[in-house]
Design a protein around this ligand. Structure first.
Ligand code: PLP
Length: 360
């Protein structure tokens, strides 16, 4: 009867977090109210919000010269907010395109300034490979370089960082934040929609270096202005209060789990298990060069695509849900974020092997 939900987002949350949220749903900390019924300006809420930020700072070792902002608008909101805040008129920003999300980010940024797009993927003999960071053709004095370390749709992950000679690196970490250790000081700005490794949708985290604040384009809407948001502790307007609370529970859960270092090992083991099953059979394929395979979103295809519907139906009956691939790439996709236990991946591998035996 156990369900393992492989949705790319909104994604499953840790069972312990959901149990706490359920317990506290209508009476939070003996207030007699739900968190979502309380003012974001009440002392009890502010204390919770501050603790959530402190926990995230601890989990990611965020240096003091970075602000952590709790924003609205999702990942796509940041596709606009980033150029509005960081791209002065007359300057250029480099956008590295490695899949569908970074392509969308570049397209949106073009509405706000001069954008240089650099496509770094290519298909060789049916396999997708990625240009090494050393060979990325970057503009010398760009305002920033934007890239997406984990392409949720395409299942492409980039683990190296380019040497940008001081040009700030902006990363869309929507589907990889908190899944493995990173050195925040190497980035100018990191953003992530919450609905994968952080919590429910409606909240977006922005981590931004202090010196990048305060130069927003004149037309920047105030709720997208990082400086306004920072100066008002992310409460210039009403924040997504319930999503912030749930994110706080996820941060506590991850700390208790052993932090990012510990979950990184589990994430690696989960991904290895699944790719091994895919590579070990000609019934399934994945066409991303090994070095660039995502550990969070694993797309795979059945060699006989006429079995797709049957695969999905039987998987669902077995309690393995939301495995349908994104419409752009088709096939299957297993999103195995932090909250997916290794037992979920084991169950999927077992199902794949049984399905193959029955349908060969
Ligand atoms: N960037 C990445 C890497 C994503 O995976 C997504 C959504 O899945 C987005 C951006 C867009 O996020 P949102 O739907 O919150 O705007």
């Amino acid at each position: 009867s156990k369900v393992f939900n492989f949705c790319a987002g909104p994604a499953m949350l840790p069972a312990e977090v959901m149990a706490t949220a359920q317990q506290e749903f209508i009476n939070w900390q003996n207030t007699g109210s739900s968190v979502m019924e309380l003012s974001h300006r009440s002392s009890i809420y502010i204390k919770m919000a501050e603790t959530a930020e402190a926990d995230l700072r601890a989990l990611m070792s965020i240096p003091d010269n970075y602000k952590v902002l709790f924003c609205h608008g999702g990942g796509r909101g940041q596709f606009s907010a980033v150029p509005l805040n960081l791209l002065p008129v007359g300057k250029v920003a480099d956008y590295i395109v490695s899949g569908s999300w970074s392509k969308s980010a570049a397209a949106e940024a073009k509405n706000f300034g001069n954008i240089n797009t650099v496509d770094i993927t290519k298909e060789v003999d049916g396999n997708i490979t990625v240009l090494p960071v050393k060979e990325w053709p970057l503009t010398q004095d760009a305002a920033y370089v934007h890239y997406c370390p984990n392409e949720t749709v395409n299942g492409i992950e980039i683990n190296e960082l380019p040497n940008t000679n001081g040009v700030p690196i902006v990363a869309d970490m929507s589907s990889t934040i908190l899944s493995h250790e990173i050195d925040v000081s190497k980035f100018g700005l990191i953003y992530a929609g919450a609905q994968k490794n952080i919590g429910p949708s409606g909240l977006t985290i922005v981590i931004v270096r202090d010196d990048l604040l305060g130069n927003a384009q004149h037309a920047t809407p105030c709720i997208m202005n990082y400086k306004t948001t920072a100066d008002n502790d992310s409460m210039y307007n009403t924040p997504p209060t319930y999503a912030w609370y749930l994110a706080g529970l996820v941060f506590k859960w991850l700390k208790a789990y052993g932090g990012v270092k510990t979950i990184e090992k589990v994430n690696k083991a989960k991904a290895e298990l699944l790719y091994k099953a895919i590579d070990g059979s000609d019934f399934y394929t994945n066409n991303i060069t090994e070095q660039y395979r995502s550990k969070m979103n694993v797309p795979f295809w059945l060699t006989d695509e006429s079995l797709n519907e049957q695969f999905l139906q039987e998987a669902e009956q077995t309690g393995l849900t939301a495995l349908k691939g994104h419409r752009i790439v088709g096939g299957m996709r297993a999103s195995i974020y932090n909250a997916m236990p290794i037992e979920g991946v084991q169950a999927l591998v077992e199902f794949m092997q049984q399905f193959e035996k029955r349908n060969r």
